[in-house]
Write a protein that binds this ligand. Sequence first.
Ligand code: THU
Length: 130
Amino acid sequence: MTYDELFGEAVKASENSYSKYSGFSVGAALLTLDGKLFTGCNIENSSYSLTNCAERTAVFKAVSEGYTEFSAIAVAGSATEDFSKPCYPCGACLQVLSEFCGDDFTVILSDGEHKLSDFLPMRFSEENIK
Ligand code: THU
């Protein structure tokens, strides 16, 4: 799958966004090392802080099905139909991605290709708690 196609899957996943409070729809498309696709959307809650972001939905779906090795994620977010402005992953999602993905893990946004280390150059990991 090309990165453009992966971004298209993220836009498609945003169609299931449950975002009645913010009105901001987000979709994520996560590719496993062996080429399987897991998608996710943001799921909001009337108790706002319980909201789950699209990226974490996708990661948790994948891990719960036994997939823990990933090559790339695409993220698309918008309050309209226009997904041209990049939707940067939040800190919580970066930390969850960081549990499973290395510095070179690819993050595809509307503005192109990034690496996990671009967003999180220094990260808390299991090394810190040994
Ligand atoms: N959101 C995501 O789904 N992913 C992010 O990385 C940033 C924010 C969602 C959470 C909330 O439902 C909405 O965007 C507005 O913050």
